[in-house]
Design a protein around this ligand. Structure first.
Ligand code: MD3
Ligand code: FE
Length: 216
């Protein structure tokens, strides 16, 4: 598929869009990630990665931070979006323009039209980290898509869809892969399997996942 002339994000590759399930569009190796890693590290200087507490009292194995007008947070009171980083009581670092451009370009290539995210949640996985089966429904207007960008170590993402029952559809997400979830897929259940040294091939390194959202 040919990328639109405006070419807002110079690192974007020519890639074929693949619809994995209704409104789940995979863009394999869509983006080269080294410029993204530099920007993630800059965000983390102001808003360091942290392990959030879940409402149930557990500690997430995934470390997170955010950039943009809103950030996703979790504590004993529940999950929500907040304009302030609870660790610093400061606003979140601004979303880099190239992040916003990448999210827009991916949404357009995937066929979801215009997308202006106000939040980029940044997840950081090391070997042993996982994300249990859940769905994302804290956003006010679920008609906006979510754009996910995988960076670094590979991980097995599992798509369950409308119900968490059943085995789900596993897919290996690799460095530079982008998935866009829209419409009926927005409410789907999904998970990330524990990063296994067998799959990953090492115990070193990290996987980042950017999820671009419109929260407010
Ligand atoms: C489908 N992150 O942050 S990205 C999450 O790889 C999350 O870190 C995973 O699930 C990760 O909430 C998976 C794919 C993803 C993200 C959000 C979704 C799929 C989604 C929201 C709605 C539907
Ligand atoms: Fe999710």
């Amino acid at each position: 598929m040919v990328i639109d002339q405006t070419d807002l994000f110079a690192e974007v590759q020519d890639t074929a869009a693949q619809e994995l399930a209704p409104a789940v569009v995979l863009l394999r190796r869509f983006v080269s990630t080294s410029p993204l890693i530099d920007l993630i590290e800059q965000v983390a200087v102001s808003a360091p990665f942290r392990h959030m507490r879940t409402p149930g009292g557990g500690r997430m194995s995934v470390a997170i931070t955010n950039c943009g007008e809103m950030g996703w947070v979790s504590d004993a009171r529940g999950y929500r979006y907040a304009a302030m980083d609870p660790e610093s009581s400061q606003i979140w670092p601004p979303m880099p323009q190239s992040f916003a451009a990448l999210a827009l370009q991916a949404a357009q290539v995937a066929g979801f039209g215009s997308f202006q995210p106000d939040c980029c949640l940044i997840n950081r996985y090391v070997v042993g980290a996982q994300m249990g089966t859940h769905r994302d429904h804290d956003e006010k207007d679920m008609s906006h898509p979510i754009v996910s960008v995988s960076i670094g170590l590979p991980a097995v993402f599992v798509w369950y869809g409308a119900t968490r029952a059943g085995p789900g559809v596993p897919m290996l997400l690799q460095d530079g892969d982008v998935i866009v979830f829209g419409r009926e897929a927005r409410k789907g259940f999904h998970a990330v399997r524990r990063l296994s040294p067998r799959v990953v091939g090492t115990t070193q390194g990290v996987r980042y996942n950017l999820t671009f959202r419109r929260a407010g």
